[in-house]
Design a protein. Structure first.
Length: 415
C-alpha cells in the first residue's frame, strides 16, 4: 500500500498541481502516507527514492507558498509532508541514517521555514504555525539519539529556529527548546557549537522562555549549559536578573546532587567568583534608599559558592582563591558592623515575637549564614587560607555570628 501511495504522490507532483481540487487530491494521498508511517513495519520499508519524492513535494509546496499559488491548500500539503517525516523517524534509526544522507531535504526544509515565516508576517494565519510546529517536531524526532543528524540540523537550522521565538506561540517555542536540547546537550564537548553567536542567542531565548513558562526542556538545556566551559562569560551579559537567577537555581539544584564527572564547569564557577569579587559592594547598598542595582544576583552567587566549595576536590581553583576569601571576610565584617548600628536589614533577630516580621524573600535573608559557610569551606585543609583568616581577624568575626538569628537560620551549624 505504501509504495502505491508514493507512486501516486510522485505522479501528482509531476503534473504540477495548480487547482484546488488537484491540491486536495494530493493532500488526501499525504494523509494516507502519514498514517502508513505510524506502523513500524511500514516505516522500515522506506527507500531513498521515497524520500526524494517527498523532497520534490517540499520544493513544490515552497514554490506555491512563495508565489501565492493556492497558499492554503499548499500549506495543508506541506503540513502533511512533515507529519509523514515526523512519523517515519519515530524509533527508527534506519530512517534517521537515511535522512543524514539527504542533506538537500534539510535545505528544502530550511526554505520551508523561511517561506512560512515570510507568509506569516503578512497573513498571521494560524495554519502556518501548525506547519512550523510539524517541521520542528520532525527535526526533533530526526535528531534524537543520532549525533550526525544533531550536528547537521544545528548547522543548517539554528538561525531559523531562533526566529521562531518571535512568533510567540508557546507550543512552537517549547518544541524549539526540545530540538535545541536534543542537538546541543548531546555535544557538550563541541565548543564551537556551543559558543557560536547563534547558539548564544538560542540559549538566551530558551532561558527567557523558561522564566515565563517553566519549560522542562529549557531546564534540561540550562543544566547542560552549566557544564560547558566558559559559557557563562558569553551568556550572562545578555541576561536580565530574573534570567540569571533561574540559571543559578538550576545550578544550585545540580550542585546539591552527588558528585560526578558532569559537575558544572570549573570556569563557570570561576566566573561567579570573579563577579562576586567585583560586585559584592552592591550588597551594602541594601540600606540605601535610592539604590540603582539589585544585589539579589550577587547574594545568590555567594550561596552557590558556599555549596560548590563544600565539594573540596572538585573546584580547587575557587577553594584556594585568597582574593575571594578576603572579599568575603570584608563583606561579612561590613554587614556585621552595619547590623550593630540599629534595627536594619543586617541586624540580628533573636526574639520570637519578631520572627513573623522577617521577609524571607529578601536578598539579605540567610546572607550571613552563607558567608560563614563559604569562609569555613575555604579554610578546610587549606593552611594559606587559614593564615589569611587569622591575619584579617576573621576568627572573632565568625564567632560573633554564633548567636541565634532569625534572619540567618541554622547559622550555628556553619560556624
Amino acid at each position: 500500500m505504501m509504495e502505491n501511495t508514493f507512486s501516486a504522490v510522485k505522479s501528482a507532483c509531476s503534473s504540477s498541481p495548480e487547482s484546488f481540487s488537484e491540491w486536495q487530491h494530493l493532500n488526501e494521498l499525504l494523509v494516507q502516507l502519514k498514517d502508513c508511517m505510524l506502523g513500524e513495519s511500514e516505516r522500515a520499508k522506506l527507500t531513498a527514492e521515497n524520500l526524494s519524492t517527498l523532497v520534490d513535494l517540499i520544493h513544490l509546496c515552497n514554490h506555491g507558498i512563495e508565489n501565492q499559488i493556492e497558499v492554503h491548500s499548499t500549506n495543508n500539503c506541506l503540513t502533511e509532508v512533515y507529519r509523514t517525516l515526523r512519523n517515519m523517524c519515530v524509533q527508527c534509526e534506519q530512517n534517521q541514517d537515511l535522512l543524514s544522507d539527504h542533506e538537500h531535504l534539510f535545505t528544502a526544509s530550511k526554505n520551508s521555514i523561511q517561506a512560512l515565516l515570510k507568509q506569516f508576517k503578512h497573513s498571521k494565519d494560524s495554519d502556518i504555525i501548525v506547519t512550523l510546529r510539524c517541521i520542528v517536531q520532525f527535526l526533533g524526532n530526526c535528531s534524537v539519539g543520532h549525533v550526525t543528524n544533531q550536528c547537521l540540523i544545528w548547522k543548517i537550522f539554528v538561525e531559523e529556529l531562533n526566529k521562531l521565538f518571535d512568533i510567540s506561540d508557546e507550543k512552537l517555542s517549547l518544541y524549539t527548546c526540545m530540538v535545541a536540547h536534543t542537538c546541543i546537550s548531546g555535544n557538550l564537548d563541541n565548543q564551537d557549537m556551543w559558543t557560536s553567536s547563534n547558539t548564544i542567542q538560542m540559549l538566551t531565548n530558551v532561558i527567557s522562555l523558561t522564566v515565563e513558562c517553566d519549560c522542562e526542556w529549557g531546564l534540561f538545556l540550562i543544566e547542560s549549559m552549566c557544564k560547558v566551559d566558559s559559557i557563562f562569560s558569553k551568556v550572562f551579559p545578555l541576561l536580565k536578573d530574573t534570567e540569571k537567577l533561574l540559571v543559578y537555581e538550576v545550578m544550585l539544584d545540580h550542585l546539591d546532587k552527588t558528585e560526578n564527572d558532569l559537575n558544572p564547569s570549573k570556569s563557570n564557577l570561576q566566573f561567579i567568583a570573579e563577579d562576586v569579587k567585583s560586585q559584592s559592594y552592591i550588597i551594602l547598598s541594601l540600606l540605601e534608599k535610592h539604590q540603582n542595582q539589585n544585589p539579589v544576583v550577587i547574594v545568590k552567587e555567594i550561596e552557590i559558592l558556599g555549596i560548590a566549595t563544600s565539594h573540596h576536590n572538585v573546584y580547587p581553583e575557587v577553594n584556594t582563591d585568597k582574593d575571594l576569601l578576603s572579599c568575603i571576610i570584608y563583606l561579612l565584617e561590613g554587614i556585621h558592623k552595619i547590623g550593630l548600628q540599629g534595627d536594619n536589614l543586617f541586624s540580628r533577630v533573636d526574639k520570637i515575637i519578631k520572627l513573623g516580621n522577617i521577609d524571607q524573600d529578601h536578598a539579605g535573608y540567610c546572607l550571613k549564614r552563607d558567608l560563614v559557610k563559604l569562609i569555613g569551606n575555604m579554610a578546610y585543609e587549606c593552611k594559606p587560607n587559614q593564615d589569611l583568616i587569622r591575619e584579617m581577624n576573621g576568627i572573632p568575626l565568625v564567632l560573633d555570628q554564633t548567636s541565634i538569628d532569625g534572619r540567618n537560620p541554622c547559622i550555628l551549624l556553619k560556624v
